[in-house]
Ligand binder design. Structure first.
Ligand SMILES: CC(C)(COP(=O)(O)OP(=O)(O)OC[C@H]1O[C@@H](n2cnc3c(N)ncnc32)[C@H](O)[C@@H]1OP(=O)(O)O)[C@@H](O)C(=O)NCCC(=O)NCCS
Length: 137
């Protein structure tokens, strides 16, 4: 089995984002207005894209969004590999002092393993509960 992580285009993330995160919404729902300004990372297993995540910089802050692993490949450690890669990219980028994300409530424990800490900011969207989590660098 061959595993590779590389930077990909925004467009390449859209199919997985859609089928994994919001399959019942139109595809346009997963396209972000500022997608072209983001950095996008993909994990390939034997040349197939199975996990994606996107990073957006705003001054000293960076947000990661739209983290998704193909449903049939979840729970095999691929998301962990991709998020560890993202943490390395962020830690090597001296501009970034804080990384944050809108975490789905059921993913809090998962993100805590990457040093992300819960803030007191919570909200709901599309029937999903979120909490803002962050890590300083
Ligand atoms: C969140 C998401 C991207 C994680 O990707 P993933 O590839 O499943 O991640 P991993 O396999 O590394 O970890 C998932 C779980 O499997 C466990 N795991 C990791 N490696 C494992 C392995 N080799 N064998 C068994 N389990 C493993 C992890 O501990 C983790 O457990 P947890 O959910 O109880 O914390 C994926 O679940 C997903 O796409 N979910 C739907 C969309 C979503 O919720 N996105 C995030 C929005 S905040």
């Amino acid at each position: 089995m061959d595993i590779k992580i590389s930077e990909i285009s925004a467009q390449e993330t859209h199919k997985l984002r859609h089928e994994v995160m919001w399959p019942h919404k139109p595809r346009a729902y997963v396209v972000l207005g500022n997608d072209e300004e983001g950095k996008h990372f993909g994990l390939f297993k034997d040349s197939n894209l199975i996990s994606v995540v996107s990073l957006f910089l705003d001054g000293k802050d960076a947000q990661f969004r739209k983290f998704a692993t193909k449903t049939s490949e979840q729970g095999n450690g691929y998301g962990t590999l991709l998020l560890n890669h993202l943490m390395t990219v962020v830690s090597n980028d001296k501009r970034i002092k804080k990384l944050w994300c809108n975490a789905r409530a059921d993913k809090i424990a998962f993100y805590e393993r990457f040093g992300m800490i819960q803030t007191n900011k919570r909200f709901a969207k599309g029937g999903v509960k979120y909490i803002i989590m962050e890590r300083t660098f």
